[in-house]
Design a protein around this ligand. Structure first.
Ligand code: GLU
Length: 277
């Protein structure tokens, strides 16, 4: 009787241990583990021409797409084994935290607030916030000219929206949409007076509709684009940093820029210094 009770307790302990192991097994794969298993799911934008765009035929194009694919290649994963998933600005941290993507290359600025939830490799590109207006607009020339109740569009969960809220919210009417393409439509049909986000994104929209819009003023922030991945996944981050460095050093970075967003007339920016914090 005594023995059998001990055995029962022993079995109970094993069951608890097994359950704990099963929970451990449910943990997310790291980006490197996914790559070793042979496939990667990468978050990109689907509606930003020149950066991350899903084309009508279902293919993907843009500088972020090229960076995503190059990094995948360096991790040993070919294009056919990459799945692109849309990563709207406000959902990026959640997509990473839930393990729905292995990493994100989606005009994603490295910020301290975001670093509390995710980690970043990079930067792989440096740009700055600017303004897009209709081509015939003459009174908006920079962020200060938005005072007086101008209607300004940006995207929820993005740094430009936050920046405008912090610095200009008293004098502008901020309208936040889920995507920049929705803002472009609002600008086109007159529902807003200006759209704010990074100059490089705005250049892509201006190039998509020649003669309709113009980028005004000088960029008024510095945005360091990083590749977002799970917090604490230092091994994957180090390998992704190596991949970005290899892309820059091999000339593939410049070529990718020129064949994508550089086509909208933007000069090739300075090569970023990959930060190994
Ligand atoms: N780079 C900014 C950000 O990460 C704006 C662009 C975007 O929303 O994707 O929030």
């Amino acid at each position: 009787m005594k023995l059998s009770r001990t055995v029962r307790l022993g079995i109970g302990a094993i069951a608890v241990a097994l359950a704990a192991t099963a929970c451990g097994g449910d943990e997310q794969r790291s980006a490197l583990e996914s790559a070793e298993a042979g496939d990667l799911t990468i978050g990109i934008k689907f509606d930003q021409p020149g950066l991350g765009l899903r084309n009508p035929d279902g293919t993907f194009s843009g500088f972020d797409v090229e960076v995503a694919k190059y990094v995948a290649g360096q991790l040993g994963v070919t294009e056919e084994n990459v799945t692109f998933k849309e990563a709207p600005s406000a959902q990026r941290e959640t997509l990473i935290q839930n393990g729905e993507v292995d990493y994100i290359v989606a005009t994603y600025s490295i910020t301290d607030a975001r670093k509390e939830k995710v980690d970043f490799a990079g930067p792989y590109l440096v740009t700055g916030q600017s303004l897009l207006v209709r081509a015939d607009n003459t009174d908006i020339t920079g962020p200060e000219s938005l005072n007086g109740g101008k209607r300004l569009c940006s995207v929820a969960g993005s740094t430009p929206a936050q920046n405008v809220k912090d610095k200009y919210a008293q004098d502008v009417q901020l309208q936040e949409f889920d995507t920049y393409s929705a803002c472009v439509e609002a600008l086109r049909n007159g529902a807003v007076d200006a759209l704010t986000t990074d100059a490089i994104i705005l250049a892509g929209y201006a190039a998509q509709s020649p003669g309709e819009f113009k980028v005004v003023g000088e960029p008024f922030t510095t945005e360091n684009y990083g590749i977002g991945l799970a917090k604490g996944d230092d091994e994957s981050r180090a390998r992704i940093n190596d991949a970005i460095q290899a892309m820059i050093d091999s000339g593939a970075w410049e070529a990718a820029f020129q064949s994508t967003v550089g086509g909208s007339g933007l000069p090739v920016p300075e090569k970023p210094t990959v930060d190994r914090y």
